[in-house]
Ligand binder design. Sequence first.
Ligand code: ZN
Length: 305
Amino acid sequence: MHNNRATLGSRHLLCGPAFAVPGRVSFPWFASRRPGWKEGDGKAADSCYHRLNFRQTDGIREGMSGKNERGDAPRNGEVAERISDRVRGRLLAAGRQFHANDNIHEFLEPGELEALQEEVTARMQDVLQALVIDTEHDHNTQETARRVAKMYVREVFGGRFAPPPPVTEFPNVSLLNELMIVGPVTVRSACSHHFCPIMGRVWVGVMPNEQSALIGLSKYTRLIDWVMSRPQIQEEAIAQLADLLQEKMQPDGLAIVMEADHFCMQWRGVKDMNSKMTNSIMRGSFLKDAHLRREFLSLMPGTNH
Ligand SMILES: [Zn+2]
């Protein structure tokens, strides 16, 4: 059961004074049991994707298999398969969704991320060519394709390709059943529509029960970063985060609020510097209990509402 609310350019959701965290709020400093997080088994048949036949087109470099990078062109018009095609083939065979904000690490074999980065470099170079940028003589852009590929694959979209951060959960030995609030945690993401940065803050409210697992404070930051380091849509980002925390902690209630600047509205488009998007997810006891919800919203530290 959950509730998704979004407001654009408005902060009414977070109204109310900011309080210092009083005694009622405790933090989960514990760490835990289950290492890693299994999304299900997904390594499916890739054998039929080893070679694809398609016509080689001028200007397209196949930045994946070592063969092509060394310049050994395959014969008979057969082009060595792109690494992205191989990974895509596995995802399709397994019937798995691979939207921009999905994590696909289970479908990557060792060494393939490096190859994928090479492929992105080659294709990014084509984008620069298409923008009619003389990368050969412009020293500023000579390494741009490589830099952008590294930034996408390893950094800003690294949460698509990296396994989940190791988070161990602690049993709730003290039988905590009081509201815990974590935040504001700085979030950095990018919009799926334009790949423009999204910079914001997230607050998480947890109402544990005796069976709930607790996770260490820093682990919230790691999990949030893993989810946000993908091309995202704010509403989907916090829903993914809620699912992840729900699965790890099994609390009675879970509340998440995210407030963010969307650079695709500030840098381009309407160029409105003041619009922020705030949205929230309330699950379990936060959805059922208006008092608890109000308490969470009024205690969120760092808000100036
Ligand atoms: Zn956008």
